[in-house]
Design a protein around this ligand. Structure first.
Ligand SMILES: Cc1cc2nc3c(=O)[nH]c(=O)nc-3n(C[C@H](O)[C@H](O)[C@H](O)COP(=O)(O)O)c2cc1C
Length: 221
C-alpha cells in the first residue's frame, strides 16, 4: 500500500472532531493518487467474517453525477463534488464462493487451516440462520467501510457528506444494478473540497443516550 499525502494527515481524534457534513463542494478534482489512497483506506475496513460484502461504485462522470443527483432529490453535493462513492451491500456474498477470502487469509498467515475449515461450514450456516437479516448485516459492513472513507478523507484534507436521501431503485439504475433485486444501497458519500465551512450542530448530552449497564441508567461522563 502506498500512502501519498501533500500535508501531514490529521490524527483520528482530530479528524473526528473536525469533520462536518459539507453541503457545498468546489468542483476541484481529486488527484488519482489521493483517490486511490481513499479507496485503499476504505476497503481496509473490517467486515463480518472478512466477507467484504460491499460493492463500492465511484461516480465521477458528469452525466452520471447528474443522474445520481436526480435520484437523490436533486441534492447538489453530488453534482459539485468530483466523486461520489456509492456504497452498495450484497447480501449473497456469504453464500457464494469464498475461496479468494480463505486463500488470502491463509497466505498472510492470519487464518490457519483449522480456521479456514471451520469457516467453510460456519459462514454459510450463519448466513442461512440470518435469513432476511442478511441484507441488514451486509449494510452494516458497508456503513463501516463508508465511515472509514469519511474519516480518511477528513484526515487527508477532503470533505464529505453522508447521504441517505435518495430513491434506492433509481440509484441502482444509475450504477447499472437495476437487474439485481438483492443488492441494497447503503449510503452515498460525495467527496471533495469544501466550498464553505459548516458549523457543528451540536450533540445531546450523554445523559440522553449513553447509559451504564442498563438503558436509562445515565452515564455521568
Ligand atoms: C446516515 C446519514 C444520512 C444523511 N443524509 C443526508 C442527506 O441525504 N443529505 C444531507 O445534506 N445531509 C445528510 N446527512 C448529514 C446530517 O444532516 C449531518 O450528519 C448531521 O446534521 C450532523 O452534522 P455533522 O455531520 O456536521 O456533524 C446524513 C447523515 C447521516 C449520518
Amino acid at each position: 500500500m502506498v500512502f501519498i499525502t501533500k500535508t501531514q494527515p490529521l490524527d483520528v481524534p482530530s479528524a473526528i472532531a473536525q469533520r462536518r457534513s459539507i453541503k457545498t463542494f468546489k468542483t476541484d478534482p481529486i488527484t488519482p493518487e489521493l483517490l486511490k489512497q481513499l479507496v485503499e483506506l476504505t476497503v481496509a475496513a473490517p467486515s463480518s467474517y472478512n466477507l467484504q460484502d460491499w460493492q463500492i461504485i465511484l461516480v465521477q462522470d458528469e452525466a452520471q453525477k447528474a443522474a445520481l443527483s436526480a435520484a437523490s432529490f436533486n441534492q447538489q453535493q453530488i453534482v459539485q463534488a468530483p466523486v461520489t462513492f456509492v456504497f452498495a451491500a450484497d447480501p449473497n456474498v456469504g453464500q457464494g464462493d469464498l475461496t479468494p477470502i480463505f486463500e488470502q487469509a491463509a497466505e498472510t498467515g492470519a487464518w490457519n487451516e483449522g480456521t479456514v475449515n471451520y469457516f467453510k461450514t460456519a459462514i454459510p450456516q450463519f448466513q442461512a440462520t440470518l435469513g432476511d437479516k442478511r441484507r441488514e448485516y451486509a449494510i452494516k459492513d458497508a456503513i463501516i467501510a463508508a465511515t472509514h472513507l469519511v474519516l480518511a478523507a477528513e484526515s487527508l484534507g477532503l470533505s464529505t457528506c453522508f447521504m441517505n436521501g435518495w430513491i434506492e431503485d433509481q440509484v441502482k439504475q444509475v450504477i447499472g444494478a437495476g437487474d439485481n433485486p438483492d443488492l441494497a444501497i447503503a449510503i452515498l458519500i460525495p467527496v471533495g473540497y469544501a466550498a464553505e465551512p459548516r458549523l457543528n450542530p451540536g450533540r445531546l448530552p450523554f445523559s440522553s443516550n449513553v447509559s451504564v449497564g442498563r438503558i436509562g441508567n445515565p452515564y455521568p461522563g
